[in-house]
Design a protein around this ligand. Sequence first.
Ligand code: F6P
Length: 280
Amino acid sequence: MKEILSAIERAAIRIKHEIDTKDIEYSQQMNSTGDTQLQLDIKCDLVVEEEFTKAETINTIVSEEQEHSLVMNKDAKYFVAFDPLDGSSLIDVNLSVGSIFGIYDGSFSVKNLVAACYVVYGPRTELVFAHDGEVKFYLLQDGVFVFVKNIVLKEKGKLNAPGGTQQNWPPYHKAMVDGLFQEGYRLRYSGGMVPDLHQILLKGGGLFSYPSTSDKPEGKLRMLYEALPFAFIFKTAGGDQTDGKNDLLTMEAKHIHDTTPCFFGSKYEIARVKDVYAGN
Ligand code: F6P
């Protein structure tokens, strides 16, 4: 696991450099889930793959930017799914973006998810790693990720980050989101999953939602390298998560690029989601 975390750290430092220095032109290619790839998406994917090639404990990788999984060491222990540059369409307006990693032991089954990690590239570069019952927060300083603190969520937060196109939300979802605003929750949504969830984790709690919508009934966010790693991180930090009705950490992806509706937050907000969705 240490070897994989070191590979992620090296990749993150290189990705930060790419973001700071490279053009952000669109390529002519689409990725596996239909987004037009930036040259930068392709480059960052290569960076992660190169760093993972040096890790002997990695068996197979799955990337958002690659249609198929790639076997690296067929007898090794870990299977890693990643999104090298989540929210890359926000780079031209200079908002924060991130990388997400789900680390599985033995296969890409959710029951084998043993660690999760993300990196936020913003005014500062920060890394969060959940493993062995702890969520550790690191800050990049002078080329080294320095441990800052453990992240522990409060029982109830103050932030509300509702994703998706509102006109396509089910009415009960809209009523729930509005209800939280009426309780005093504040809107915080940049359109980047990593910084939006990072904000909720560091400010103690709240709700991030990406529901099933009329245009995206299966949600937008990918299971193996977006929803499940964050479900693991929120659960480990003492918060909770759901797809509305089910615990995300019991849900198996049928295909490596499957999506799911998802909700992450502190316990209070997730209890509210489950309550509302149970009746609909
Ligand atoms: O992975 C795609 C992504 O950019 C996430 O980072 C983000 O949370 C989501 O899409 C935003 O989608 P929308 O603009 O539909 O709310």
